[in-house]
Design a protein around this ligand. Structure first.
Ligand code: GLA
Length: 386
């Protein structure tokens, strides 16, 4: 990367930073309802070689891009003005400046092995890679949680995707060998700036003979197309009708009475959010006991809820889940925003090959492209590599 950086920018990079993609174990469409999530960071990451500049030029090059250097002014970034992939790195520089940080020009060279459009948070990884490189290049006093919140603001207000904070927190704050149990409700401690409460929960399924498979259905997933925004708006409308600050404030005991008060189209969505928050808490209790196998049925129940109540699965994700479970997976579910993307399956090591073969056979029989399957481990969050 250093050699290629020099070839493109004619200078030496100060360092190389990396920020990972993620899969969420459980807790889907709960983050913008101030609920719970439980993601792990993936070994696949966005790497960025970078150096600060004396002027305010922001020069961006990506191996996955179209072989041109995008040249912007860091001081004159305007939401909506950048439309290519470069909007994501630019958005972070904009959000840092909006938050009052000294964030000037830089040369940034990106390379990524996080599959794009696969529901694995390639854009959050890109944002967090820029945020952590800027933190070091400009000596900004920012914790990893603050980096994540800046990256989320960047995606919401510059890139225009109204996402929650899960993906950015996973990319910025995960540690290797653990899932991130995150309460997405911001809390102010002693009147200070809002912080997010989280805890690292050990997740090493390999120690119990289990493998977490990621099955990329190759159905393109695009959160910018309005469907995600509509779901979020529906949840916020339901909370408002129920007189709640967020759906997080509803529990299972009060759910039936709440459903009576809601229009028919909002009820199932609310039921998903309430049951999903409970599934996260049950999953964390199992992981705390080291009982990884018992996670399986919770994953499959989570998928049924996303399919039947929240309605964000699709034929390919449903097929991958059903085929994986029929071939011996302990549980499986779609992960991420939905409408395609990836499925995770928790599989005994001895069934790994059979599950992979069964999913592929089912896809080919149904006339779908063969899925891409890989085993995931819980990797480290964003960090400096060299
Ligand atoms: C996307 C968003 C996240 C979260 C998930 C659904 O990944 O970026 O904030 O809402 O969808 O759980």
């Amino acid at each position: 990367m250093r050699d290629e950086f020099e070839r493109i920018f004619g200078a030496t990079p100060t360092g190389v930073w990396s920020a990972p993609g993620r899969v969420n174990l459980i807790g889907e469409h709960t983050d913008y309802n101030e609920g719970f999530v439980l993601p792990i960071a993936l070994p696949q990451a966005v790497k960025v070689a970078a150096r600060a500049r004396d002027d305010d030029r922001l020069r961006l090059y990506s191996v996955q891009g179209d072989d041109v250097v995008t040249d912007l002014s860091a001081a004159q970034l305007v939401p909506g003005a950048v439309t290519s992939w470069a909007a994501y790195p630019a958005s972070v520089v904009w959000a840092l400046r909006e938050a009052g940080h000294r964030a000037g020009g830089a040369d940034l060279y990106f390379d990524s092995d996080v599959p794009g459009g696969a529901g694995l948070s390639s854009s959050a990884a890109l944002e967090c890679a820029v945020a952590i490189a800027y933190r070091d290049l400009y000596r900004l006093d920012l914790t990893s949680d603050e980096l994540a919140l800046i990256a989320q603001r960047a995606e919401n207000d510059f890139a225009g995707v109204p996402c929650g904070v899960m993906d950015q927190m996973a990319s910025a704050s995960c540690v290797a060998g653990a899932a991130l149990f995150l309460d997405t409700r911001p809390r102010s401690v002693d009147g200070g700036a809002p912080v997010l409460t989280h805890r690292h929960v050990p997740f090493r399924p390999d120690e119990q003979g289990l493998v977490l498979l990621v099955i990329d259905t190759r159905v393109k997933h695009d959160l910018g197309d309005g469907a995600y925004a509509a779901l979020r708006a529906g949840c916020e409308r339901a909370a408002e009708l129920l007189g709640l600050a967020a759906l997080r404030d509803l529990d299972a005991a009060r759910l039936p009475a709440a459903l009576d008060r809601l229009p028919a189209e909002l009820g199932p969505m609310v039921r998903h959010v309430v049951s999903e928050n409970e599934r996260v808490e049950r999953a964390v209790a199992l992981l705390d006991k080291g009982d990884f196998a018992a996670l399986g049925p919770i994953l499959t129940a989570g998928h049924a809820s996303l399919r039947d109540d929240f309605r964000v699965s699709c034929a390919e994700t449903d097929l991958a889940v059903d085929a994986a479970v029929a071939a011996g997976a302990l549980g499986a579910r779609m992960t991420g925003g939905g409408f395609g993307g990836s499925v995770i399956a928790l599989v005994p090591r001895e069934s790994e090959a059979a599950v992979e073969a069964a999913v592929e056979a089912a896809f080919l029989a149904a006339g779908h492209l063969a899925p891409r399957v890989f085993a995931a481990t819980a990797a480290a969050g964003a960090h400096r590599e060299s």
